[in-house]
Design a protein around this ligand. Structure first.
Ligand code: AMP
Length: 586
């Protein structure tokens, strides 16, 4: 295919901002592309020559481009630079100066997509001595043959400045319309706000097939090629390839335990929700390991430590695992929040020092492919069982995510407490019989970060009530405990108790319990020996200068007496702090 055809499309796309029109332009164009050219055309259409997850780059800066323009046109570097200052865009400069030059000397042969693609990929591969000259030659060769408008897009593509303003959704639609439009009767009109189709259900079936193919390959170039050459079946059979990242499954959110259970069903698996960052680990049959972030960027070089753990501790000829890398303190071994290790992700130098200064533990929670077999349609329960079989856990290196199967609210509450105490964000609920759905935010995985966690607090003081409550101690000073055994106040609770004894925990009963514990009295205020522990609910934990703990509970409510707990088993200050921090993250 000639490059000029693609350039026409770029120009058309630039003339409109309407999503539907852009989609239509692309879909019409794709109908004309043959299967052999499809991959290259699609990549160039997106302004690239490498897939998004490929870390290779064309690697040409503006200076080198100036030089190439100079070599191609013979126009002095000074003049080109002046023009650049004026235009602010080297693509436009190229178009202008090639136009001037064209009229006189340059002679052109027709540029093909293949030629452009070849030269651009070579640019990325060159290294060593003489690289600058060879790169200049490769670019100049293209520019010499290019028409003015073509040179604009060549320059923009090389500099990574192509923006056609077409998102993933439009690309998916364009492929669907191009290759299946005739089957589903897609009708597009320039004036309309949407396309017309004969049957929405059938249309959605095709859309889903295209989306699925994209989710597993991550590359519209491959999707378009499969659709063109093998139709719907080609899309359905498109497989993931170990070494090429697949879109990760995303989580929904629940605010209550009941809501989470409702979505994932009972029993459900619950896991610690680690505050790190997602890593998709691949091992191919040759033993090569690759690591990708949630956004599918290749971070293999930044995490040699993780590469080692994955290589050593996961059995299998090839696999794709899903996991969370969590930073921990070298001193205490405790988990650290994500921010403490985030700098490792973009780091290009001193990698070994970074690994040693900011170590991470890999918590593996899912498996997507094993020994060449896709695990996407296996139920979660089976995927987890496989992980348990193939991972050889080593603390502070690679472990399985901490997990439990539960049906009861109280078990969730207990596990949540454990999770928060260990420095995690909360819990993940997982539906036991669900597949792995790449790229989708479906209810197979639910994050639960914010439980209105109750606290068990010691009563250290109280106040006599007013009016008809004057016979009762009706407001209670509540305290947590620090590591030295000091009781530190976090607020005053006066709601939650009954006025009539027969209705439940009452002011009368509380007064009866507290009065004998009195240490001192001043006005209505009474100090009592810490002995009674109560479970307290609240709306929020706030920082507070008023109380010696530094925290205050908003709207505390007495829930029950914890007569199974002594005062020294009250919730610790550290725990209050952790709950406060976990609250901030939601
Ligand atoms: P969020 O980023 O708040 O939408 O939460 C979802 C993220 O939690 C996932 O993308 C993972 O990076 C992370 N995560 C931490 N622990 C787990 C776990 N046990 N299972 C799944 N995802 C987890």
């Amino acid at each position: 295919m000639e490059y000029s055809r693609l350039v026409e499309v770029y120009e058309q796309l630039n003339k409109t901002t309407k999503r539907l029109e852009k989609t239509h332009i692309i879909s019409e164009f794709l109908k004309d592309v043959n299967a052999d050219d499809m991959e290259q055309v699609m990549l160039l259409l997106e302004g690239r020559v490498f897939p998004g997850y490929d870390s290779r780059e064309i690697g040409v800066a503006s200076r080198l481009m100036l030089k190439s323009l100079n070599v191609a046109t013979g126009i002095s570097a000074d003049r080109i630079e002046k023009e650049w200052k004026k235009q602010g865009d080297l693509g436009l400069v190229a178009e202008l100066i090639v136009k001037t030059k064209k009229q006189s000397t340059l002679h052109s042969t027709k540029l093909t997509i293949k030629k452009i693609f070849e030269n651009l990929r070579k640019l990325a591969e060159l290294e060593g001595q003489g690289t600058v000259d060879r790169k200049t030659q490769l670019i100049a060769e293209l520019l010499t043959s290019a028409k003015p408008v073509e040179s604009k897009y060549i320059v923009k593509t090389i500099l990574g400045e192509m923006r056609i303003g077409v998102g993933e959704g439009s690309m998916r639609d364009a492929i669907t319309w191009a290759f299946f439009g005739h089957k589903i009767g897609v009708k597009y009109t320039k004036e309309g706000n949407d396309i017309e189709v004969e049957d929405r259900d059938i249309y959605n079936k095709y859309l889903d097939a295209v989306q699925h193919a994209y989710d597993v390959t991550n590359e519209f170039a491959l999707v378009a090629k499969a659709a063109k050459s093998k139709g719907l079946q080609g899309l359905e059979n498109i497989g993931m390839k170990v070494g090429i990242p697949i879109q990760v499954m995303l989580a929904l959110k629940a605010d209550t335990i009941e809501e989470a259970f409702e979505t994932v069903g009972k029993p459900a698996a619950i896991e610690f929700k680690y505050d790190g960052f997602r890593i998709q680990g691949h091992k191919d049959e040759k033993g090569n390991i690759k690591l990708f972030t949630r956004r599918l960027e290749d971070v293999t070089n930044q995490f040699p430590d993780v590469v080692e753990f994955v290589k050593k501790n996961v059995r299998g000829k090839s696999f794709i695992i899903d996991s969370e890398a969590v930073g921990y303190s070298k001193k205490t071994g405790k988990y650290l929040p994500f921010q403490s290790i985030s700098q490792r992700i973009k780091r290009k130098y001193d990698i070994d020092k970074m690994s040693s200064d900011f170590p991470v533990e890999l918590n593996v929670f899912d498996i997507i492919n094993h020994d060449g077999k896709s695990m996407l349609n296996e139920p979660f329960e089976k995927r987890r069982a496989l992980l348990e079989k193939i991972i050889n856990p080593e603390k502070k290196k690679i472990v399985l995510s901490k997990s439990k199967i539960v049906s009861e609210k109280k078990d969730v509450e207990k596990f949540f407490r454990e999770a928060v105490n260990a420095g995690n964000e909360g819990l993940m609920f997982k539906s036991l019989n669900s597949p792995y759905k790449p790229g989708a935010r479906v209810g197979y995985m639910i994050k639960f970060k914010h439980m209105m966690e109750t606290l068990d607090l010691a009563i250290v003081g109280a106040e006599w009530g007013q009016g008809k409550r004057s016979k009762w101690l009706s407001s209670y000073v509540i305290a947590c405990i620090d590591e030295n055994g000091n009781f530190l106040e976090v607020g005053r609770a006066s709601t939650g108790l009954k006025e009539k004894e027969e209705e439940g925990l009452s002011f009368v009963e509380m007064t009866r319990l507290l009065k004998p514990l009195t240490i001192s009295e001043k006005g209505k205020e009474v100090k009592v020996k810490p002995k009674i522990v109560i479970e307290v609910g609240y709306d929020e934990i706030q920082k507070s200068p008023t109380y010696e703990s530094g925290f205050a509970l908003r709207f505390p409510r007495v829930l029950q007496i914890r007569d199974d707990k002594g005062p020294h088993e009250a919730s610790t200050l550290d725990y209050v702090k952790k709950l406060y921090n976990s609250q901030k993250k939601t």
